[in-house]
Write a new protein. Structure first.
Length: 174
């Protein structure tokens, strides 16, 4: 089946998502990036079934990701924050060991798009995506920047155009 056929097949799918904000300072009510991510997903017809806020600590990030993956019915877990190069930015280190398959094209395209928006600073992103085992089968996992501009760029240009197709592929034969 061609990519366009796969997309047509998947276009009615509602993706059940968990949004995890990784930050030492953001919480409910002060989480611009996470709120934007949830709103964009819901406006596109998907369901945000849970939100979590965790500190920039590997064990906290892994714990929230594992809890999200263990939740029945979850198709995708999207994390925002902790993907830069500051010493406390540890989201990729926390998430990568839990991935079964990494999707390197996600990070490559995200950095290219970032470069076109912010110039050479785009190379500082350590955005990451892949698949991980979940309660209902493989789940899509993506780690995005915490900035609203980075969230908007990744969600609108990469995630929303493909998330139904990705989940449909993960659920085939499961």
């Amino acid at each position: 089946m061609a990519v366009e056929e796969h997309r047509r097949h998947a276009q009615q799918r509602v993706v059940h998502c968990v949004v995890i904000t990784v930050s030492d300072t953001r919480r409910p009510g002060s989480d611009e990036g996470g709120d934007l991510m949830a709103r964009l997903l819901e406006e596109a017809g998907h369901r945000v079934v849970a939100r979590h806020w965790v500190r920039d600590e590997i064990h906290a990030i892994r714990g929230a990701l594992r809890e999200s993956l263990d939740r029945p019915g979850v198709d995708a877990v999207l994390l925002t924050g902790g993907t830069g190069i500051a010493p406390r930015d540890v989201t990729p280190e926390a998430v990568r060991p839990l991935l079964d398959r990494e999707l390197p094209g996600f990070a490559e395209i995200f950095r290219m798009l970032s470069y076109h928006e912010v110039g050479p600073a785009g190379m500082l992103s350590r955005a990451l995506a892949g698949t991980a085992a979940g309660a209902g089968g493989a789940c899509f996992v993506a780690c995005l920047p915490g900035s609203p501009n980075g969230v908007r760029l990744a969600v609108e240009r990469l995630i929303l155009p493909e998330i139904r197709h990705i989940v449909d592929q993960l659920r085939r034969g499961a």
